[in-house]
Write a new protein. Structure first.
Ligand code: PLP
Length: 394
């Protein structure tokens, strides 16, 4: 029997990928399953982006690149930060990685010593706590409620900070809740962070472009430009341009930290795929109309899903500000029906009885909720919510 490391034993496989796999298994066994578990847009990657990659292959751009990304892509990223976020960076402050996931992994390994604490507001993206654990750090989970629209308050943040705190993670708009912090809310959190100069901030802006309202996107640096020296901005092309399979994410921050993250990457994957880098450059520099079209579709689906879920007895779903997720509470259903011990049992029931795959809220540190991804067609969504309603009424 192989003895595995304590490190690997401290983490679990990604639960969102597990749901997707389980749905695929049932489907292979002949069941009619609607998968609303996956965290990826259903659209094809826009044609001009694919063409740039095809041209890159044909012109022989198929070798190693600089570990931290091609100068041309880094230039496009610097221009993007200036254009979209009003942020200025030099090339040595940018690291291109194999997806946003690797960006955070690099950060975690470059920053954390054993026992260092990382504040993660819940509900959180499933991977943050595990990546902190793999780095021998201690995730400090701060629970938020639906009543506070799943946003951490300045008081909660203050109370969670200790002398061991190294990093606070903010993700807005959020996976899984879809809620976004306002500029004022971020300013209030920044007020707390100013009192703790040793704490770094990671702002995960992966869903920046998938916003439904009229207000422009903002992150903590827009609210508190003075935190620039201790903030790492994480972003990528996966969600905005429907490029999840291309595996390109990027980080921007203090040159010393970015350099350390680059060193980690140089001993793991080296550069991200050369071809994907060319495609990502085309995405960032090209016409942004494709993003608007996808966001329009997500908004229509969001409006339908939220109102349809709220019509099911015992289900409460707050409207999201962005992303392609709804995060309804099924707590009243769970409380009323003893056969559902928790959200995991309920998700299992909906998978086997309704044939709808949703991710249990527990995976995101929020038991009682389920995450529904509406990155699929209206017809499929109507079918899925009809099935959920029917299964719960039976
Ligand atoms: N950050 C958040 C909040 C996410 O939801 C995801 C993907 O699900 C990522 C980062 C990582 O994206 P990727 O590694 O696919 O670029």
């Amino acid at each position: 029997d192989v003895q595995l490391s304590n490190r690997v034993n401290s983490i679990k496989p990604s639960p969102t990928l597990a749901v997707t796999n389980r749905a695929a298994e049932l489907r292979a066994a002949g069941q009619n399953i609607i998968g609303l578990g996956a965290g990826e847009p259903d659209f094809d990657t826009p044609a001009h982006i694919k063409q740039a990659a095809i041209d890159a292959i044909n012109s022989g751009f198929t070798k190693y690149t600089a570990v931290d990304g091609t100068p041309a892509l880094k230039k496009a990223i610097i221009a993007k930060f200036e254009r979209d976020n009003g942020l200025k960076y030099e090339a040595n402050q940018i690291l291109v990685s194999c997806g946003g996931k690797q960006s955070f992994f690099n950060l975690s390994l470059a920053l954390i010593n054993p026992g260092d604490e990382v504040i993660i507001p819940a509900p959180y993206w499933v991977s943050y706590p595990d990546m902190v654990l793999v780095s021998d750090g201690k995730p400090v989970i701060v629970t938020t409620t639906q009543e506070q629209r799943f946003k951490i308050s300045p008081q909660q943040l203050e109370a969670a900070i200790t002398p061991r705190t190294r990093l606070v993670v903010l993700n807005s708009p959020s996976n899984p809740t879809g809620v976004a912090y306002t500029l004022e809310e971020l300013a209030a959190l920044g007020e707390v962070l100013r009192r703790h100069p040793d704490v770094l901030i990671a702002t995960d802006d992966m869903y920046e472009h998938i916003l439904f309202g009229d207000k422009p996107f903002c992150n903590i640096l827009n609210a508190c430009p003075d935190l620039y020296e201790r903030t790492i901005v994480l972003n990528g092309v996966s969600k905005a341009y429907s490029m999840t399979g291309w595996r390109i994410g990027y980080a921007a921050g203090p040159a010393k930290l970015i350099g350390a993250m680059k060193k980690v990457q140089s001993q793991s994957t080296s550069n991200p795929t050369s071809i994907s880098q060319v495609a990502s450059q085309a995405a960032l520099e090209g016409d942004q109309e494709c993003v608007k079209e996808m966001v329009k579709a997500f908004k229509e689906r969001h409006d339908y899903v939220v109102s349809a879920l709220n019509e099911i007895e015992g289900v409460e779903c707050i409207p999201a500000d962005g992303t392609f997720y709804a995060f309804p509470s099924f707590q009243k259903v769970i409380d009323a029906r003893p056969e559902f011990a928790d959200d995991i049992a309920l998700a299992e029931y909906l998978l086997t009885e309704a044939g709808v795959a949703l991710v249990p809220g527990s995976a995101f540190g929020a038991p009682g909720n389920l995450r529904l991804s509406f990155a699929t067609s209206m017809d499929v969504l109507k079918d899925a919510i009809g099935r959920i309603a029917k299964a719960l009424n039976s």
